[in-house]
Write a new protein. Structure first.
Length: 130
């Protein structure tokens, strides 16, 4: 089903997710270890899903979820490539947040979870709206 998303809402949601992720990172010592370990990657994938919804505002939820998942997987698998030039980018604050440092299978699970959360939320919202 194709939809028309309100881009302002997607900007607000994206900023909220970013701020939540940064807060979780800053205060992770106060969180249960499971949340401290996996919430950041889950929120990162949710953010990518929301950005996909912003840029591709007429796509179906499923298509935007697939775009977000492919992007997240590409970034994660790129971490298997450890050339000096890309590692120098990864060691900057923004580079580390966007590109990560090393490949982990658990990140793949987090990405799937974050995108499922976003997709499910969007589908439920659209059903209620219609």
């Amino acid at each position: 089903m194709k939809v028309k998303r309100n881009r302002a809402i997607y900007i607000i949601l994206t900023v909220t997710v970013i701020l939540s992720g940064l807060a979780l990172r800053k205060y992770q010592e106060f969180l249960p270890s499971f949340l401290a370990e996996y919430s950041g990657d889950t929120l990162w994938a949710l953010m990518i899903f929301l950005i996909s919804g912003f840029f591709f505002s007429y796509n179906s939820t499923l298509l935007n979820a697939a775009v977000a998942l492919l992007f997240c997987f590409a970034v994660e698998f790129s971490q298997l490539y450890q050339a000096e030039w890309i590692n120098s980018i990864r060691h900057t604050k923004i580079g580390g947040l966007v590109l990560g440092y090393g490949f982990l299978w658990s990140d793949i699970i987090c990405y799937i979870s974050g995108i499922l959360i976003g997709s499910t939320g969007e589908i439920l919202f659209l059903r209620k709206r219609n």
